[in-house]
Design a protein around this ligand. Structure first.
Ligand code: FAD
Length: 349
């Protein structure tokens, strides 16, 4: 983490990998504590639900993560990592058991004391309604000092994300809290219900860029001076490996700051080990004012806990490899162009 900061990154995002993934095609949950907590007939045992060892393990792992970070770092939390009692509540769109809420308040308080911020990851659609409810509860309580300690994650690939976001902007407005808006495209295409996701990559790209640019210009739907409702306090966090999205967003933010136009604070992040070229291109755009603020996100856990994360990265790397190939071809073209121009200047030619 120290080396990353020495390279110019503003900080790190640390995430404990434990999670549960819901596979829409098989209707099965795969992950944390499912087998351990269920009896032979599939019920969750009463003893386990009163004091759940999976929730306790999640609490310990998450608190440990906070103590690995420094001020201005982030931790990212996957709430389904707390096991079956929690995912059952999320499946019903409800808040998790009190033990989990207590664990979350402990995590938020400890993080806030250390000036560390919390990104609540978006996960399988099946659990997302419950996860979002928790995120709003926590933002309402902890984001009251004019900045976000807690961020909710919005998956631009989902057709219903603009509606969810509008709902949360309204709540931030009415209840006077800062909305922590972490924007991703979405990583669960292989397991989520396809019809809920935009039909084409282009639609997802447009959705991502519209939300990012909408937040940066403080105009999303009916919120902002082009609409009828005030734009609430928002802190934006753009998590993406798409160079066009992040560079355009940074340029827009910079332009608005320099022109004295209204905008919101923005930070950027890429995953550790992926798209370093994008991270470094962003860092190179820093012309001395400390922006863009770029983070790297590192995931830790036992091999079993990290498998779902690694599998998603393997799928994503197919896109990344295509990009690498494009970059390689672009570089080769550039080298050829320069060689040709040198040769054409030589006296013998
Ligand atoms: C710091 C960080 C935190 C993250 N946290 C989360 C999180 O909490 N939850 C989460 O779900 N993801 C998360 N992600 C993963 C992120 O969603 C993926 O890295 C991202 O989807 C890859 O897209 P990209 O923005 O890098 O751009 P690109 O590589 O340009 O886009 C690829 C993405 O486009 C979308 N897509 C591809 N094909 C299609 C198609 N045919 N139709 C519609 N859409 C398509 C998919 O979302 C795919 O992943 C995080 C990523 C980072 C960097």
């Amino acid at each position: 983490m120290r080396e990353m900061k020495e390279m110019g990154f503003r900080g790190m995002i640390l995430t404990y990998a434990a999670e549960t993934v819901f596979d829409h095609s098989t209707q099965a949950q795969n992950g944390q504590g499912i087998a351990a907590l269920k009896s032979e007939n599939g019920d969750v045992s009463v003893e386990a639900s009163v004091h759940c060892p999976s929730i306790e393990a999640w609490r310990e792992g998450t608190v440990e993560t906070i103590y690995m970070t420094e001020a201005e770092d982030y931790i990212a939390v996957k709430l389904t990592g707390a096991g079956a009692n929690v995912t059952e509540a999320f499946t019903a769109g409800e808040l998790p058991p009190q033990q989990m809420m207590d664990a979350l308040h402990e995590v938020c308080t400890k993080a806030k004391d250390r000036k560390v911020r919390i990104l609540i990851d978006a996960e399988s659609q099946h659990f997302q309604k419950g996860i979002s409810r928790v995120a709003v509860e926590l933002m309402r309580k902890y984001n009251r000092d004019g900045y976000a300690t807690i961020y909710n994650t919005y998956q631009a690939y989902l057709k219903n994300t603009p509606a969810t976001l509008a709902n949360h902007l309204a709540l931030a407005n009415e209840d006077g809290f800062t909305l922590g808006l972490k924007l991703v495209r979405g990583a669960y295409m292989a397991t989520d219900e396809r019809s809920l996701i935009h039909d084409t990559k282009e639609d997802t790209d447009n959705a991502y860029n519209m939300i990012a640019q909408g937040a940066l210009t403080k105009n999303i739907g009916e919120f902002g001076d082009k609409g009828t409702r005030d734009f609430p306090s928002v802190n934006l966090f753009l998590a993406s490996h798409n160079k066009e999205s992040v560079v355009t967003a940074h340029e827009l933010h910079k332009h608005r700051v320099m022109s004295g136009l209204p905008t919101v604070p923005v930070r950027f992040a890429q995953l550790h080990g992926m798209s370093d070229e994008v991270s470094f291109s962003l860092l190179q755009m820093n012309d001395g004012d400390g922006t863009p603020e770029v983070y790297k996100c590192s995931t830790w856990g036992g091999m079993g806990e990290c498998l779902a994360y690694l599998l998603r990265r393997a799928i994503e790397n197919r896109d990344a490899v295509l990009r690498t190939d494009n970059e390689y071809r672009a570089l080769k073209k550039e080298v050829l162009r320069r060689v040709k121009s040198v040769l054409s200047l030589s006296p013998s030619s």
